[in-house]
Structures are given as structure tokens and as C-alpha cells.
Design a protein around this ligand. Sequence first.
Ligand code: ATP
Ligand code: MG
Length: 233
Amino acid sequence: MSIILENVTKVYQSGEVETKALKNVSITFNEGEIVAILGPSGSGKSTLLNVCSGLDVPTDGKIQIDDDTISDMNTKELTKFRRNHLGFIFQQHNLLQTLSVRENVEVGRAVGEDPFDTEEVIDQVGLTPNIDKYPYQISGGEAQRVSIARAVVKNPKILFCDEPTGALDEETAKAILTVLEDLNETYKTTICLITHNPNIAKMADRIVKLNSGEVIESKENKNKQKAKTISWS
Ligand SMILES: Nc1ncnc2c1ncn2[C@@H]1O[C@H](COP(=O)(O)OP(=O)(O)OP(=O)(O)O)[C@@H](O)[C@H]1O
Ligand SMILES: [Mg+2]
């Protein structure tokens, strides 16, 4: 699915303080693209991801995902749209501690309209040997892979990732990014990836730079690299 933003503004009001987190943002993410979103802390990256995915509503402007104008949807419609089409991966994985790896992924599968096979997806993220373990029995990188499997198993058309490798070492991070790359290749899933690391942007088809709530650059990456070949620092 593609995402089109037209003149999107987001203003947060907390007490007397007004924060313009997004200022008149117009941008298009094409179907099947890996989009890297870069920018300093506070520049509006998470806000952009949240309004694109319907987790938050814009103050002004239009957001379209394929033929649906999500900025016109009510809460109930948005919830349904998110459940059917979108996947989310955050910095912290939020696994259910009392469920096994397989069961955590089943939770994601249960909400999908046309989900993938649980064991197949667990295999794709390299966790077959850990399938019957519980979250406390696996490493942080493995737990993040479970959260990716949980997001992916429902067969989302767009995957939104907010710093998914922020808490991981280079080797583990590259393994996670490779999983995202494989998904994008296999299923043409559109991937929006927020990162603080400009090197990670080298694996993207499009690089978007934010500063103070404005898109200062959106360009195609002509020298796309595989995540595992990126020089990290
Ligand atoms: N719920 C909120 N209420 C008030 N202000 C908010 C809220 N969420 C974000 N902001 C403000 O909006 C601006 C953009 O925040 P955002 O979280 O999008 O930044 P970011 O680029 O994701 O930063 P980081 O890299 O630190 O995660 C910041 O000035 C922030 O303080
Ligand atoms: Mg953020």
C-alpha cells in the first residue's frame, strides 16, 4: 500500500504550551518501499509515524492509504483499518511474559484477515529452535525478533517501525534489519523505519529527513545496500 500526506499539521496542546510537531508535511511513500525516517530528537519522527498509521489524528491535512482517506475515519473505522492492514514494531517489544514464543505470535495471527502460517514466520525470523520457550528464556535480540514475527504474521500491508534496533548491538540489529529486508522482498510490504543511525538509512529505497516538524528532504536512495553489508559507524 502507498501512503500520501497532503499538508499535514500536528499541534500538541498541553496546558499553555503549544507544540507544532508537524508543519505542513506533504510526502508520498510508495507501495513496497523501505522508507527510512531520520532526524534529531524532537523533530517529529514518531509523530509522523503515529499519524500515518492512525495511532494519532492530524490537526489538519489529509492522509490517504491507497484509496482510503484515514484522516476522515472515526475511531472505530481506524481501529478496524489498523487491525486489518497495518503492523507495528517498537523499540521495546512488549511480549506477553506468560505466553511462549509460538503463543505470542499466535496472538498476532488471530487478528489478521489473511494471516501467514505461524511456524513459517517464526522460521523466517530464525526462531524455530526457540519456539516453545518463554520470553524470559530468550535474549533481547530474540525477543525483538518475536515481536517482528507477531507484527508480520497477520500479513500487514504496511509495517511501521519506531527505532526497532535502538536497544540492540550491531550484529543483532543487522540480523533484525535483514528480517525486515526479506519481508519487504518476499511480500512487497511497505516498511516505514525510524532510526537515529544514518547508516541504517543506506538499506532504504527512500530517505526522509525531518527537522523541527518539517520534511527537509525526501529522496530515492540510488545506492541501496543490504543491511548486513552496511558499515555501522
Ligand atoms: N503527546 C504529546 N503532547 C505534547 N507534545 C508532544 C507529544 N508528543 C510529542 N510531543 C512533542 O512533539 C515534538 C515531536 O515529538 P516526536 O516524539 O515526534 O519526536 P521524535 O523525532 O520522535 O524524537 P525522538 O527521536 O526523541 O523519539 C516534540 O517537541 C515533543 O515534545
Ligand atoms: Mg520518537
